[in-house]
Structure formats: C-alpha cells, structure tokens
Design a protein around this ligand. Structure first.
Ligand code: BDR
Ligand code: CA
Length: 316
C-alpha cells in the first residue's frame, strides 16, 4: 500500500477524506498532521481523533501543528463547517490525545523512519508543510510528492479568485510550490464537481451503520447548505476527491503547467495557472522563470470518484 501522511484542517470534507483514506486497502496512512484552517487547531485535532475513532483506526498517530498562518491571523470558516468544524455531525469525545510532539516533528520522524518515500496529501492551508520544508530541507527527497487540495485555474471560493486553503496561507503555498518537491494540484476546478447523489446522502443519514450515518451527516451538512439547501453543495465529497486521485488517477485529466501564487492585492491567494498553448512575451523575456511546474487536475470523471468513495466505505 502507498505510504501517506495526511495534513488536515478537519473540517467536514477532511473528515470524509480521512474515512476514505483509512478504508482504502491501497493506502497506508502513517500519520495525520493538523493545522488551523476550517476550524481552530484545537478543534481540528479533536475532530480528527473523533473521526479516527469512527473509522476504527485508533492507532494512527495524530499531532498538532501550526495554530495560525505564517503571517496573518487564523480565519476559521465556521459559516461552512460550523463552530465545531464538523458541521451538524456530533461525535463523542475521543479517549486518546494527540502526540506529545508537534506535527512538524511527527512528519520528520515518519519521513526519516520510512524506507520508501512518502506521499503527503495536504487538504488544508499548507503552513505545516512550509515549516517542515524550511526546517528540514534535507528530508525533501523522502517526500514522493505533495498532492494538495487547493488553488484553482478558474474561480475562487474564499475570494472571487482565491481558493480557501491557498488564501488562508499564501506564503506557505508559495514555499511549498517552490520547494522542488513534485506537486499535484487538486483544485476547485475538480473539487467542485464530485458529489454523491442527494438521495444517497439522505439514505445514509437515516441508516444503521455508524460510518454511513457520519458520512450522510457530513455530505448533507446543513450549515454549508443553509436554509435553501443550495444544490451546489449537496453531496460534495470535497477533500476526499484528492485522496481518490492517489488510487484512481485515470479519472482525471491533468496537465503539467506553470503555476504561481499571488501574494499581493485583491488577488492574494490566487493560483495563476498558465494554460496557454504557446509561449508569450513573458516566457521569451524570462519573466516566468520563477514559476513552479505543477501537475494540475483540470477535469474529472465525477461519477467515477463518487462511486469509488461509496464503494470503498462499503456504502454503495
Ligand atoms: C478547501 O477548504 C475547505 O473548505 C475544504 O476542507 C477544502 O480543503 C476548499 O476550498
Ligand atoms: Ca480541508
């Protein structure tokens, strides 16, 4: 199985991603690193421990990392993920605690101990990864690649042009893209497409299995939907799609493209993706020499990922 570290801000759809990753036989989750994002660091850690209890995976180490972005204050997304971070899902407190070391230290240990390089799946603002890469640049070769949910080649969500994870800590994302570690961007262009049918989500919510009920609640999160139950959000598997990319890359159309994170002005946090077919004046004059080359997911067979998600969790 593919060795993986998850970096999360659990987070309604991070919870779906954790359940999926733990359940998939071809993925070996070695540890989970937490960061402030959708909710405060304390909530993220607690939510992650609770979800691992639901997943029946009490042995996966969980550690707390950065409680705020590199430069700006933390700005939780409680209008989407609720005060707890898990929307309308209420889970019992976990009997266990996070590791006594920071998640930067946990990742260092897992990378150093592993004989094979590890894939890092970043489903949150990339503060922890930036700190890791700055503090231990010698460990970069132990990272197979960084698959991140973040950015967009089209519209944003946190702002008209910026996606939440990159917007929350743009400097961190820029450091990660600049690190030389191969990166794979699962951005809003595909993130917004993959949804389970509303009837399926409702069926799970009313069912008997604890995992199914949790998934049903997360998929129908009323806080994000609001009173009008906006069809746009119903059933979105969100971050879980980035984990699907590990085991079924064939459902995605990807292109290796130059990407840059905007750091100033209203565009702060935007990922500029160069989709041109022919080099322009900027290329000719060396103005794009600093841009990172990123494998960008541009299209997805959404039904295939929704089916993979349900099948893996035994909820089809
Ligand atoms: C990202 O931000 C959060 O709302 C989700 O968990 C996802 O990681 C989408 O912009
Ligand atoms: Ca997330």
């Amino acid at each position: 199985a593919l060795p993986v570290i998850l970096d999360v801000d659990t987070g309604v759809d991070d919870a779906l991603a954790i359940l999926f990753a733990v359940a998939h036989p071809d993925i070996d989750v070695r540890g989970i690193s937490c960061v402030a994002g959708n909710a405060s660091l304390e909530r993220v850690v607690e939510n992650t421990l609770r979800i691992l209890d639901v997943a029946g995976a009490p042995d996966i180490p969980v550690a707390a990392g950065a409680r705020r972005p590199l430069i700006e204050p933390a700005r939780a997304a409680s209008h989407v993920h609720g005060e707890s971070g898990l929307g309308t899902l209420h889970l019992p407190a976990s009997a266990r605690a996070a590791e006594p070391v920071s998640s930067i230290e946990l990742m260092r240990r897992l990378l150093a101990e592993s004989t094979d390089p590890i894939t890092i799946v970043a489903l949150a603002p990339q503060t922890n990864l930036a700190l890791l890469l700055r503090q231990y640049p010698n460990l970069a070769p132990k990272i197979e690649r960084i698959v991140f949910m973040g950015g967009s080649a089209s519209v944003g969500n946190a702002t008209a042009v910026a996606e939440f994870n990159v917007w929350h800590d743009p400097e961190a994302a820029a450091i990660v893209l600049d690190s030389g570690v191969p990166t794979f961007m699962y951005g809003l262009d595909v993130f917004n497409e993959v949804a389970v049918a509303e009837q399926t989500a409702e069926r799970l919510l009313g069912g008997d299995s604890p995992v199914g009920r949790a998934v049903g609640s997360l998929l129908t999160n009323r806080i994000a939907l609001g009173s009008d139950k906006s069809a746009e959000y119903t059933g979105l598997i969100g971050d879980a799609g980035a984990v699907c990319a590990l085991v079924d890359p064939g459902a995605l159309r990807t292109e290796l493209r130059p990407v840059r994170v905007e750091l100033t002005g209203y565009g702060r946090g935007q990922t500029l993706v160069d989709l041109r077919r022919w080099p322009g004046e900027d290329v000719v004059h060396g103005l794009m020499d600093e841009w990172a080359m990123v494998e960008v997911a541009l299209d997805v067979d959404a039904d295939r990922y929704a089916a993979l998600f349900l099948e893996t969790l035994g909820l089809s």
